[in-house]
Design a protein around this ligand. Structure first.
Ligand SMILES: Cc1ncc(COP(=O)(O)O)c(C=O)c1O
Length: 396
């Protein structure tokens, strides 16, 4: 353990099991540790570094903004947030925005918005139906929304108003819907919960049910949005539009940001009903604007789709080679590989040793979420390293 890592153990609450490497620098899809060792980064800041590390377009925008205006309060108009809001609205099916600082914060805001909608239009309905195996964040209400016992049990009792039902079952949503329901909230495809894809027709059936009942559909695109799954937003691939959508992770290349977007009719906050001190600050929004503009103009979602297919096919070849690989699934550059045994951590460690950073999704699954600007060659390099690690583990 390095000196820095010893200090971390001394001072930090142990909320995360860190990979034993201290990163000091990043460029493109590579990062370097304190001893100068380079790594291919397939963790990508947990799906944040869409343009890779320190992309010049973002670095320049941030440097310019940091010299100009870092923060005011939302008592005043500031230009970077207005430019970013316009770009988001012009490139999505939503009409209005609210800026926060993180995924969990904007998801919580989205639920507040749905409750306001319930008060206005649904006789005070306040319940939100969410899916099992979902992940919506770490605040208490978002832990209640997150349908996973491991996140909920340490904190019971949880805030009321969330019903977790089976993912991929519109029937379960129908059964859970009551006169108190104001919204259904889903990830179009579940990230943290296992890279679980929606069944054919699921999201359209949920959309139709929400329309029939007059309740809102909130899509949490915090992990799937901004090109990650091969289109700017994942909803585009399923022929539906949400009433409310949340974004965060990949929007500002690593500066903290989150957004609630809503259709005009669902945009029911009035002054004073919601707020955020840092939300929409000029620095994060300048980074967000530079990132999103680049994603759109350079068709980075298209790159994610094309290179994502290359990644899936490379991982598929490994699946054919190693019988203990039971599944490869995903969309674009959000892909999981599942095993019949709990070998994910050993693989993370073995690949780290060979210069590849991977994410252990579950004891028996890995997740791949590299920067969206990655090339086929860089994917091939990673597959080669993983192939070697799999070979060692299989005793070959
Ligand atoms: C789908 C989804 N929603 C919400 C969150 C929470 O975001 P944050 O960690 O920025 O609060 C995450 C984080 O992984 C996520 O994947």
């Amino acid at each position: 353990m390095s000196e820095w890592q010893e200090l971390e153990h001394k001072y930090f609450m142990p909320t995360v099991e860190r990979t034993p490497v201290t990163l000091v620098r990043g460029q493109g899809v590579r990062v370097w540790d304190e001893d100068g060792r380079g790594y291919l980064d397939f963790v990508g800041g947990w799906a944040v570094n869409s343009l890779g590390h320190c992309h010049p377009v973002v670095a320049e925008a941030v440097m310019e903004q940091v010299k100009t205006l870092i923060h005011t309060s939302n008592q005043f108009y500031t230009i970077p947030q207005i430019r970013l809001a316009e770009l988001l609205v012009q490139n999505s099916c939503l009409d209005k925005v609210f800026f926060g600082n993180s995924g969990t914060e904007v998801n919580e805001g989205a639920v507040k918005l749905a409750r306001r909608y319930g008060k206005h239009y649904l006789n005070g309905a306040y319940e939100v139906i969410t899916a099992k195996a979902s992940f919506h964040g770490r605040t208490l209400a978002m832990v209640a929304a997150t349908g996973q016992a491991k996140f909920q049990e340490p904190y019971v009792p949880l805030p009321v108003g969330f019903i977790n039902v089976e993912y991929n079952s519109v029937e379960a949503i129908k059964v859970a819907t009551t006169s108190q329901t104001c919204a259904v909230m889903l990830e179009p495809l579940q990230g943290e919960g296992g890279v679980n894809l929606p069944d054919e027709g699921y999201l359209t059936a949920v959309r139709a049910w929400c329309d029939q009942k007059g309740i809102l559909l909130i899509l949490d695109e915090i992990q799937t949005g901004l090109g990650r799954t091969g289109t700017l937003f994942a909803y585009e691939q399923y022929g539906i539009e949400p009433d409310i959508m949340t974004l965060a992770k990949g929007l500002a290349s690593g500066l903290p940001i989150g957004v609630i977007l809503a259709k005009e009719r669902a945009s029911v906050f009035t002054p004073g009903e919601h707020g955020s001190t840092f939300g929409g600050n000029p620095l994060a929004c300048a980074a967000g604007y530079a990132t999103l503009k680049f994603i759109i103009e350079e068709d980075i979602a298209g790159n994610a789709r094309r290179v994502g297919e290359h990644l899936a096919s490379g991982l598929g070849t490994l699946k054919d080679k190693f019988p203990f690989i039971t599944d490869v699934r995903g969309r674009g550059l959000l892909v999981a590989m599942e095993f019949s045994r709990d070998i994910a951590q050993s693989l993370v460690t073995a690949c780290l040793d060979k210069g590849l950073l991977l994410n252990r999704l579950k004891p028996n699954a890995l997740r791949f979420m590299p920067p969206l600007v990655i090339s086929d060659e860089e994917v091939d390099e990673a597959i080669g390293i993983l192939d070697g690690a799999l070979l060692n583990i299989s005793g070959g």
